[in-house]
Design a binder for this molecule. Structure first.
Ligand code: NAP
Length: 253
């Protein structure tokens, strides 16, 4: 059996749970060596144990600060070996109407969702340029495309991440680096449950599910499958895209 990512080194942020853990597992199954980044080191080590047979570097880091991102980048690049794949997946969300949003909450969210992907890419791309290849996938959201009441800061962070994705693709394409974003709708991870699986969100949840043509939310594995395509050989002519993974929601009237 050919393993699509044999010989590739892939760094995944937010790998301690949810979509990031599913992406790490999918890439391990295809033979990639992994770097796993998150604040919860125990969860990373437990995932690494679960992925017995896969080489995993666990990097405990807080990506909400510039110093934290730099520490993560330093740990990841210390041995001088290039990373072929970077998945900027770590993210946070909160629900606050725009008129009530504070500058502090805005900054805290933007730091993780937008600044960290930028700083980490800046740190890893020189190695990719040297290697003459690189695939970056930024985990965005369908919130980037539509007005999203209550989630304005989050939606703005993901729209900006999509735009960063396009510019990265254009600036780094000549070096053999492809950059794409994946934009899921609601996925029932900790984040999805915290925001949507509450009694006060029942009506909104039903409206949302009814609007999705397949009438259900997605799974972390369904997002991971799309990421796997984008980091694998089949996507060699795909760059600068922001792909919805939404059961057809954006196409729905
Ligand atoms: P999740 O279950 O809440 O997991 C978030 C991940 O990000 C965790 O591994 C967490 O690790 C990490 N993280 C958060 N803050 C961090 C920080 N300051 N430093 C380092 N790592 C941090 O969320 P998820 O649903 O898997 O979300 C993953 C990505 O998908 C996010 O970018 C999210 O915006 C996007 N997304 C999610 C949905 C959804 O409905 N779930 C929909 C569209 C897009 P630690 O807590 O261990 O640090």
């Amino acid at each position: 059996m050919t393993r699509l990512l044999k010989g590739k080194r892939a760094l995944v942020t937010g790998a301690s749970r949810g979509i990031g853990a599913a992406i790490a597992k999918a890439m391990a199954a295809e033979g990639a060596e992994l770097g796993l980044v998150a604040r919860n080191g125990d969860a990373l080590r437990s995932l690494s144990k679960e992925l017995e047979g896969t080489s995993c570097q666990c990097i405990e880091a807080d990506l909400s600060t510039t110093a934290g991102v730099r520490e993560a980048a330093e740990a990841a690049t210390r041995d001088g070996k290039p990373w072929h794949i970077l998945v900027n997946n770590a993210g946070v969300a909160h629900q606050t109407p725009l008129l009530k949003e504070s500058p502090e909450a805005w900054d805290a969210l933007m730091a993780v969702n937008l600044r960290a992907p930028m700083l980490l890419s800046q740190a890893l791309v020189p190695g990719m340029i040297k290697a003459g290849e690189g695939k970056i996938v930024n985990i965005s959201s369908v919130a980037a495309f539509i007005g999203t009441p209550g989630f304005g800061t989050y939606a703005a962070s993901k729209a900006a991440l999509n735009q960063l994705t396009r510019t990265m693709a254009v600036e780094w394409g000549e070096h053999g680096i492809q950059v794409n974003a994946v934009c899921p709708t609601i996925i029932m991870t900790d984040m999805g449950r915290q925001l949507w699986d509450r009694p006060d969100m029942e009506a909104a949840r039903k409206i949302k599910q009814a609007r999705i043509p397949v009438h259900r939310f997605g799974t972390p594995e369904e997002v991971a499958d799309v990421v796997l395509f984008l980091v694998g050989p089949g996507s060699r002519y795909v760059s600068g895209t922001c792909t919805p993974v939404d059961g057809g929601m954006l196409a729905s009237p």
